[in-house]
Design a protein around this ligand. Structure first.
Ligand code: ADP
Ligand code: MG
Length: 181
């Protein structure tokens, strides 16, 4: 594993009530790389992502994200990452713009910079026309795009996407990779 590795996972294991969900995996991801982590349902993908993003405590093995050990410096890791969860996490009654504004405030991005980034990101994911729409009125693909825009708004060094194209039609799936690139 080299200096350019933004993620390093070594001998990671995780069990739920004695049942192994992750059985000793190792991999590394280079800075700037789009890395896909594939496996059937129940393979342990979400569990692995949850450990890498500090949502689950690490049991065995070592994980470094953006240069920080998830066990020793979880807050540093959190500052370096963005995440789009497997299940949609949007406030149904907020508008597209409010969703972004709220997230930007949580991260203490100064007002002018925040507004600029919201405009930029909504343009990238082609949601400018929907900025005043409540999220409950968006299609599945639009919700996913909004979550990606939100995840990227804080300019994370690493963006984690758990099943980003789940439930999307083939055309939207193709476009999704364009947005992510
Ligand atoms: N919180 C949990 N408690 C108990 N078992 C869990 C929990 N989360 C996941 N598992 C189990 O761990 C295994 C891996 O699940 P998961 O990481 O969600 O797989 P994937 O995301 O690849 O579909 C499955 O057998 C699942 O049932
Ligand atoms: Mg999963």
């Amino acid at each position: 594993m080299g200096e350019d590795d933004i993620i390093e996972v070594r001998d990671l294991e995780h069990a739920f009530n004695g049942v192994k969900a992750v059985r000793g995996i190792s991999f590394s991801v280079r800075r700037g790389e789009i890395f896909s982590f594939l496996g059937p349902n129940g393979a342990g993908k979400s569990t692995t992502i949850n450990i890498l993003t500090t949502l689950l405590p690490i049991q065995r093995g070592t994980v470094r994200v953006a240069g920080y050990d998830v066990a020793r410096e979880p807050e540093r890791v959190r500052e370096s990452i963005g995440i789009v969860f497997q299940d949609e996490v949007l406030d149904r009654d907020l508008t597209v713009w409010e969703t972004m504004e709220f997230h930007g405030r949580l991260y203490s991005i100064p007002r002018d910079e925040r507004r600029r980034r919201i405009d930029d990101m909504l343009t990238v994911v082609e949601l400018e026309a929907k900025r005043n729409e409540r999220t409950k009125n968006l299609s599945g693909g639009m919700k996913r795009r909004l979550e990606i825009a939100r995840g990227l708004m804080t300019r994370p060094e690493v963006l984690f996407l758990d099943e980003p194209t789940q439930g999307l039609d083939p055309q939207t799936r193709m476009r999704m990779w364009d947005y992510i690139r």
